[in-house]
Design a binder for this molecule. Sequence first.
Ligand SMILES: NC(=O)c1ccc[n+]([C@@H]2O[C@H](COP(=O)([O-])OP(=O)(O)OC[C@H]3O[C@@H](n4cnc5c(N)ncnc54)[C@H](OP(=O)(O)O)[C@@H]3O)[C@@H](O)[C@H]2O)c1
Length: 196
Amino acid sequence: MRVKPIALVTAANKGIGLQIARDLATHGLTVLVGSRKLEHAETAAKSVGADARALQLDVTNQASIAAAAKRIHNEFGRLDVLVNNAGISDAGKQGISHAASLDEQRAVFETNVFGVVAVTQAMLRLLGEAPAARIASVAPSSPQRALFGPVYSPSKTALDATTLAFAIEFDDTACPGFTSTNFNKFEGTRTAERAA
Ligand SMILES: NC(=O)c1ccc[n+]([C@@H]2O[C@H](COP(=O)([O-])OP(=O)(O)OC[C@H]3O[C@@H](n4cnc5c(N)ncnc54)[C@H](OP(=O)(O)O)[C@@H]3O)[C@@H](O)[C@H]2O)c1
């Protein structure tokens, strides 16, 4: 019998996270539907599918993260897919540039950046138990001037750098590196064989 891969989606109680959870379930994964409110996770899990499980997870709360990791360890012993989706655009007080307070920035970074680091680090051992683990972090596709602000945008830029650092550390990035091809007049330092 094929063992179903296990996926954890943070903030899967609504929005993009809920849709990601549904898509993963459709592709045959057992989905852990994370939400900082257990009752919201339970409601969402019912709509995701029979094999979805509700999981209380506040990405800014270390005790909540540790409890989630412990439960996954006890129930599954591994984690195949981690989707860091939880994110906030502001902490309720966002103003324009100079008016954005440091408290506001810190609150948004706490969720969008440090929350991702904390959850990823807590799940590393479980991800290491999976044969081909994957980590995905949800970030804007490209900066848009009209939406670029002093709080959310820097947090997602930091998240991009964090994601890259993890990818380099795990040697699991899709970037081929500086590869010797026509693209750079063959000045690259890696061979195409190595890059592929
Ligand atoms: N919507 C867009 O246009 C867009 C574009 C690019 C990227 N994104 C990214 O996509 C992700 C999801 O956004 P969305 O559009 O689906 O927003 P959303 O509908 O507002 O959902 C945000 C989710 O994050 C959760 N959350 C907030 N703080 C949390 C915490 N400390 N711990 C756990 N969960 C927490 C919320 O939980 P509660 O329900 O409890 O508040 C909610 O489930 C975010 O990372 C966002 O930056 C969105």
